[in-house]
Design a protein. Structure first.
Length: 399
């Protein structure tokens, strides 16, 4: 009998989980509360390890066509406006067929995934169907929607974000903390690469106000830049979005930045949290429903896609009779510690490095980055970790 899987949430992790499960012959129902995919600026960097997975699903070429291929990333000293170190993914040429990242907005992956799913005969798309309850017994899971519909399936995958209804229905603690400052995202049509000589993905350390600066393509594919700053702890939305504050921040990067090129302003809370458990019975958590982190390094969404691919393979082995249900425990054995080691610890360290105020500690960070970038062996090791290739290999070793 064909296994039935309900997936809650049609963001990138949800659609990848749906495609991966459907491609393995499972009957899939995908539930999304909204009728359209959210286009607000969110995750935008897809690492080589994840590109390999998108290639496996047949999504990579279309995904690349709406994104920007970037080989390099840089660390800058914002106080002196000098380049500290540059890293080149090309050193991974022998480790991956995709020695680069693709920078593009996450909604594009969700939308192209939905188009793929709409053509798959064993998939039911339920957009505008918000899930309000998940209940299970030894024989299956019942999913209830806001419109009082009831759906019965064998397994549920909660990919419904940091405020996950699925996680709350399971009564699973979301352990961790919220950063005191929010993150402000300013999107501009100004070309920082031409003005500053930086590459298309740059991390700018500054004791006063650090910046993540990177280019994406935009829906028009003409290119735009996102600059991410820390808001002051007591800074209101109105203050952060004011022309005076936006001008001040952007002109710290480039003195003559024209204000008329600013096209979007966004601000959000940032968390470092991991669900106490990624599974309860027949229900699983993946992506932001299972773990959230600050975006420095662009790791969270990538790890979520890795969750989805790993879980689809485990469910396939169990539902096809190649393994018994005890294999379901492997999902949590792998994914929870991998997220803590490679995403939580790394993104916290990334943020602390950018915001460091002590001159001696800042200099030590810079010296270490230069040393690593200048040593071919260390350069490659660094990129194996930041690209999450190392984490994928380690996960596979956990049986």
């Amino acid at each position: 009998m064909t296994a039935r899987v309900c997936i809650v949430g049609a963001g990138p992790v949800g659609v990848v989980a749906a495609i991966a499960c459907a491609a393995k012959g499972m009957q899939v129902a995908l539930f999304e509360a909204e009728r359209e995919i959210d286009h607000s600026p969110r995750a935008a960097t897809t690492h080589p390890s994840t590109l390999e997975m998108l290639a496996e699903l047949g999504l990579l070429e279309e995904f690349k066509s709406v994104g920007l291929v970037a080989r390099h990333f840089q660390f800058w000293d914002g106080a002196t406006k000098t380049l500290v170190a540059e890293f080149d993914h090309e050193v991974l040429r022998d480790e991956t067929p995709y020695p680069f990242v693709v920078q593009t907005e996450q909604h594009k992956l969700a939308e192209l995934g939905l188009r793929r799913l709409s053509a798959m005969p064993n998939v039911e798309l339920r957009l505008g169907a918000g899930v309000i309850d998940v209940a299970q017994d030894p024989g299956g899971v019942r999913v209830a929607t806001l419109s009082a519909e009831q759906h019965v399936c064998d397994y549920v995958i909660g990919c419904d974000g940091g405020r996950s209804t699925v996680r709350k229905c399971l009564d699973i603690d979301f352990e961790g903390y919220t950063w005191p400052e929010r993150f402000l995202v300013l999107t501009t049509l100004f070309d920082f690469e031409a003005a500053l000589g930086c590459c298309q993905r740059s991390y700018i350390s500054d004791p006063e106000e650090w910046t993540n600066l990177f280019k994406v393509m935009g829906d028009d594919l003409k290119g735009r830049w996102r600059a991410v700053f820390p808001a002051r702890e007591n800074e209101s939305d109105e203050e952060a979005f004011s022309d005076a504050a936006v001008r001040r921040r952007l002109r710290r990067l480039y003195e003559n930045h024209p204000m008329e090129l600013v096209v979007h302003r966004n601000i959000y809370r940032v968390h470092q949290r991991v669900a106490k458990s990624f599974r309860k019975g027949r229900v699983f958590l993946a992506g932001d429903a299972a773990h959230v982190n600050n975006p420095v390094g662009g790791l969270g969404l990538n790890c979520g896609i890795h969750d989805a691919m790993d879980l689809a393979e485990i469910l396939h082995l169990v539902t096809s009779g190649q393994a018994d249900e005890s294999l379901l425990d492997r999902y949590e054995r792998r994914r929870r510690p991998i997220n803590i080691e490679y995403v939580q610890q790394q993104t916290v360290a990334n943020k602390k490095r950018l915001e460091e105020r002590d001159p001696k500690v800042r200099q030590a960070h810079f010296d270490e980055l230069r040393r690593v970038a200048d040593d071919p062996v260390l350069h490659k090791q660094f990129l194996l970790r930041t690209s999450l290739i190392e984490s994928v290999r380690k996960a596979k070793s956990i049986r």
